[in-house]
Design a protein around this ligand. Structure first.
Ligand SMILES: *Cc1c(COP(=O)(O)O)cnc(C)c1O
Length: 398
C-alpha cells in the first residue's frame, strides 16, 4: 500500500484519538525510517522516547526472533525466566529491591498509585491515601493516571475523576510542603516533565522533595517513563540528582519498542504487594521480557550512555546557536538527549516543514519543539537536523 491508501484506511476504521501527521512509516534501521512511498527520514522522535537504541537494533531484533520461536506467552501463573532475568538486571542496577511488570507507562503509574496507598494502609492504617502531583505533569490516560496528571485538557468531560490527588506547581518546594497533610501518602513527580514541555527543575529540587518526603514519612514516586532508560545520559534520571526514590515507574524505552511497563520499589514498600493485590495477564511475558533484557543490557553495556552524553554536547551547542540567531527562540533546555526549544509562537507548522525536509521532530506543549533522537545518534545526523531546522526557521514568514 502507498501512503494515501494507508491514510485512507486508517481514517476509515480507527477511533479518531490522534491528530496524526499525514505520514505512514513502514521501515526503520538505526536513526532512519522510511515511509510507504520510499522517502527517508532521520528520526528525532524515536517513537516518543521508546526506540532509545534506534530502530530494529540487531540485539533486540535477534532476542525477539529467538523468543518468538521458543515461547511467546504463558501467564504469571508460572515462573518466567526472561522476566526474572530482566528484574535481576533492573534491581542490580538501581535503588530498588523488587519489580512489577505491566504493559505501559499508565499501567506502571497505576501500580505505583496502588502500591503507595496499600503501603500506607499497611503501615499507618486507613485515611492516608492522598498523592501530590505537579501542574503540567503527565502520567497517562487511564482514569487514575489522568486524575494524577496536572493538565486540565486531558480531563475535560471524563469527570468524576478519581479522588485523592492534589496538584502543586512544579519546581516549587514551598507549595509542595504547604499541600501536605495527615492524609498525604506520597509525592509523584517526573524528574523532567516531558509532555508538559521538557521542563527541567532546578538542580536541588529533587533533593528538596526527597528531604520533605523523609521528614513527613511520604513515599517519593518518580515517573521515569519518558526520561529513564538512558535518556538523560544516566541509566535512571534520578542518578543525576544524588537521590533515590522509594518507587519508580518505567515504560517507553524499556523493551526497544515492544510494549512493556515496570514499577520498582525498595523494601519494605514492595512487600505490600502480596499475592492477590495486583496483577497483569501480559505483564512481563516471555516475548516482552526478552526484548527488555536485550534493550536494558545493551543500554548498560554498549557505551550507549557515553554516546548520549557526548551527543548532548553537540545537540545543545547546535540548538543554542539557533537561539542566538533567532530572537523568537525563548529557551533551549534539556538533559542528555531530551531537549526542548521554546518558541514565542506555536510550533506545529515547523514540525510539518521539517517532515517535508526528511526530519521527524515533534511538539511537547504547543510552544515547545522537542528533540528525542535515539541515543545512538551521530554528530553528523545532529548536524543535518540542525541545518534543516535553521533553513526552516530562517524561511518563516512572520
Ligand atoms: C508517556 C508517558 C506516560 C504514559 O505512558 P503510556 O505508555 O502511554 O501509558 C506516563 N508518564 C510519562 C512521564 C510519560 O511520558
Amino acid at each position: 500500500m502507498n501512503t494515501a491508501e494507508i491514510i485512507n484506511m486508517s481514517e476509515n476504521y480507527l477511533a479518531h484519538t490522534y491528530g496524526r501527521y499525514p505520514l505512514a512509516l513502514v521501515k526503520g534501521a538505526g536513526v532512519k525510517v522510511w515511509d510507504a512511498d520510499g522517502k527517508e527520514y532521520l528520526d528525532f522522535v524515536s517513537g516518543l522516547a521508546v526506540c532509545n537504541l534506534g530502530h530494529c537494533h540487531p540485539k533486540v531484533t535477534e532476542a525477539i526472533k529467538k523468543q518468538a520461536e521458543t515461547l511467546i506467552h504463558v501467564s504469571n501463573l508460572y515462573h518466567i525466566q526472561p522476566q526474572a532475568e530482566l528484574a535481576q538486571l533492573l534491581v542490580k542496577n538501581s535503588f530498588a529491591d523488587g519489580v512489577f511488570f505491566c504493559n505501559s507507562g499508565a499501567e506502571a503509574n497505576e501500580a505505583a498509585i496502588k502500591l503507595a496507598r496499600r503501603y500506607s494502609f499497611d503501615t499507618f492504617g486507613a485515611g492516608r491515601s492522598e498523592i501530590i502531583t505537579m501542574n503540567n505533569s503527565f502520567h497517562g490516560r487511564t482514569m487514575a493516571t489522568v486524575s494524577a496528571t496536572g493538565q486540565d485538557k486531558f480531563k475535560k468531560g471524563f469527570e468524576p475523576l478519581l479522588p485523592g490527588f492534589k496538584h502543586v506547581p512544579f519546581n516549587d518546594l514551598t507549595a509542595l510542603e504547604a499541600a501536605t497533610s495527615d492524609e498525604t501518602c506520597a509525592v509523584l513527580v517526573e524528574p523532567i516533565q516531558g509532555e508538559g514541555g521538557v521542563n527541567v527543575p532546578s538542580d536541588d529540587y529533587l533533593e528538596g522533595v526527597r528531604a520533605l518526603c523523609d521528614e513527613k514519612n511520604l513515599l517519593l514516586i518518580l515517573d521515569e517513563v519518558q526520561v529513564g532508560m538512558g535518556r538523560t545520559g544516566k541509566f535512571f534520571a534520578y542518578e543525576n540528582y544524588g537521590i533515590e526514590p522509594d518507587i519508580i515507574t518505567l515504560a517507553k524505552g524499556i523493551a526497544g519498542g515492544v510494549p512493556m511497563g515496570a514499577m520498582m520499589a525498595k523494601k519494605p514498600v514492595i512487600n505490600s504487594f502480596v499475592p492477590g493485590t495486583h496483577a497483569s495477564t501480559f505483564g512481563g511475558n516471555p516475548l516482552s521480557s526478552s526484548a527488555g533484557v536485550a534493550s536494558v543490557s545493551t543500554i548498560l553495556n554498549d557505551s550507549i550512555l557515553e554516546n548520549c552524553l557526548s551527543m548532548e554536547k553537540i545537540l545543545k551547542e547546535k540548538l543554542t546557536q539557533l537561539q542566538t540567531k533567532y530572537e523568537f527562540i525563548k529557551e533551549v533546555r534539556g538533559k542528555g538527549l531530551i531537549y526542548g526549544m521554546e518558541l514565542d509562537f506555536e510550533g506545529g507548522h515547523i514540525v510539518t516543514k521539517m517532515m517535508e525536509k526528511g526530519f521527524l521532530i515533534n511538539c511537547a506543549a504547543a510552544y515547545v519543539l522537542r528533540f528525542l533522537p535515539p541515543l545512538i545518534v551521530s554528530e553528523k545526523e545532529i548536524g543535518e537536523m540542525a541545518d534543516a531546522l535553521d533553513e526552516v526557521l530562517g524561511g518563516l514568514e512572520r
